[in-house]
Unconditional design. Structure first.
Lengths: 111, 119
């Protein structure tokens, strides 16, 4: 059981918008700690696509966006493309564990 | 461009100690503001944070590993290492090393190395 809860899977047709939720607690997201998001393509290392709740690193397409409210955060992919098919993970800091925590991951399928 | 590369045995026997090294190039492991961490991923499962260490002194570990993990930083060689004792089959995973900035997440990752625990 992960400290941060994500849906196991989401799917959408090309061009559609999908969202992935990440639910935490008052020890992590709700305490104000930043949320970061990672994309993991099959057989590859994770790649950071969002940092500090809403910021995109250089080179990440602007169809990826994120938000945070209360004890939850969400990642949105607009204009879904075949190359977006991957696993996505949220990550934050947890004060009760004194360390980093990851969500269980969400598999995005492009129909 | 910062690069991280994991190295170590791909097969470890049960009850023995897993040892991995992460070599850092293109930047200094002694830079301020960065921690150096290990994350693992069992086959077909999600990411699990193992621990993170600053270049001087401070190290944090996942409590679930119950003191089996030790991370050390060697600034002279620009590398850091992971030791995980008393391994079982449940420790079979791809092990990643990564750089962590506390308010920016893990920004650089190694390619990962598969470690299997089996007799």
């Amino acid at each position: 059981q992960s400290v941060l809860t994500q849906p196991p899977s989401v799917s959408g047709a090309p061009g559609q918008r999908v969202t992935i939720s990440c639910t935490g607690s008052n020890f992590n997201i709700g305490a104000g700690y930043e949320v970061h998001w990672y994309q993991q393509l099959p057989g590859r290392a994770p790649k950071r696509i969002i940092y500090d709740n809403t910021n995109r690193p250089s080179g990440v397409p602007d169809r990826f966006s994120a938000s945070k409210s209360g004890t939850s955060a969400s990642l949105a992919i607009t204009g879904l493309q075949a190359e977006d098919e991957a696993d996505y993970y949220c990550q934050s800091y947890d004060s009760s564990l004194t360390g980093s925590v990851f969500g269980g991951g969400t598999k995005v399928t492009v129909l | 461009q910062l690069q991280l590369q994991e190295s170590g045995p791909g097969l470890v026997k049960p009850s023995e100690t897993l040892s991995l090294t992460c070599s850092v190039s293109g930047g200094s492991i002694s830079d301020d503001y960065y921690f150096w961490g290990w994350i693992r991923q069992p086959p077909g499962k999600g990411l699990e944070w193992i621990g993170s260490s600053y270049h001087v002194g401070t190290t944090y570990y996942n409590p679930s590993l119950k003191s089996r993990a030790t991370i050390s930083v060697d600034t002279s060689r620009n590398q850091f290492s992971l030791k995980l004792s008393s391994v079982t089959a449940a420790d079979t995973a791809v092990y990643y090393c990564a750089r962590l900035k506390t308010n920016s997440g893990f920004d650089y990752w190694g390619q990962g190395t598969l470690v299997s625990v089996s007799s």
